[in-house]
Write a protein that binds this ligand. Structure first.
Ligand SMILES: [Zn+2]
Length: 245
């Protein structure tokens, strides 16, 4: 029963994350004005704001102007719902809320990067400050590991950015520095490995199916976020399995 409540909470917050994804990089306020259709500007009524359900009931279109609603909206809501259930099953008590905050910000970062090839500094700063605060109040790792994580994550991508001359963005470097602090150096190395593996495979698939050309930019942020999710939930098991092997 509680799992269902967590899922619904995730759907509702996912709806707010959609607002963040749409408005943050445009420099708009997250609170006012109330939600509008991006095509016709009509203010949405209560019945049109139910996560996923409204999208399906309205035939995936705006009720005012019939412009198709972007699939990103229900996807982000559904992803957030599932994410919260996964975190709820993995992390007891306060840790659930800490993890839910972390991954909510990461989800926003992934989708902004996917759409606009940019990782907003404000969000990375928020993550860094959050990681520092949690480490001060409720340390999950030794400080040494957290600081080496900054170097392993941020330092490695920084070197890559210098060598590749712009192939790796500054946003990715800063994001990895913040994540390195949160995860500590061991999980950070795993996170990077997973991100490069998933990013590489996706790149190959996109090239092979002709959906991208060799020179087209592919945002790396979403793969870092995916790697962070896997490393966060199953990293300890993967590392233990690897060391035994
Ligand atoms: Zn409309």
């Amino acid at each position: 029963m509680l799992v269902l409540a967590v899922f619904v909470l995730g759907l509702l917050l996912g709806s707010f994350l959609n607002v963040c994804i749409y408005r943050l990089h445009r420099g708009e306020s997250l609170i006012t004005p109330p939600s509008r259709c991006p095509a016709c500007g009509r203010r949405l009524r209560a019945g049109e704001l139910i996560p996923v359900v409204s999208y399906l009931l309205q035939g995936r279109r705006c009720r005012g102007c019939s412009t198709p609603i972007h699939w990103r909206y229900p996807l982000v809501e559904l992803l957030t719902g599932l994410l919260y259930v996964a975190l709820y099953l993995y992390y007891p008590g306060v840790d659930f809320f800490l993890q839910a905050f972390l991954y909510s910000v990461l989800l926003v970062i992934a989708f902004i990067d996917l759409e606009h090839q940019i990782i907003p500094n404000r969000l990375v700063l928020l993550l860094g400050a959050f990681a520092l605060l949690v480490q001060l109040l409720r340390p999950a790792l030794p400080w040494g590991s957290a600081l080496w994580g900054v170097l392993a994550g941020g330092g490695f991508l920084f070197l890559l950015a210098v060598v590749s001359r712009g192939g790796m963005g500054g946003g990715d470097v800063k994001l990895m520095a913040a994540l390195g602090f949160w995860y500590g150096w061991q999980l950070t190395l795993l996170l990077l490995f997973l991100a490069f593996l998933l990013g590489g495979l996706t790149g190959i698939i996109l090239l092979a199916t002709g959906r991208k050309k060799r020179k087209d930019p592919v945002p790396f942020g979403p793969f870092l976020v995916l790697g962070a999710f896997i490393a966060g939930l199953w990293g300890e098991q993967i590392l233990r399995w690897y060391l035994r092997w």
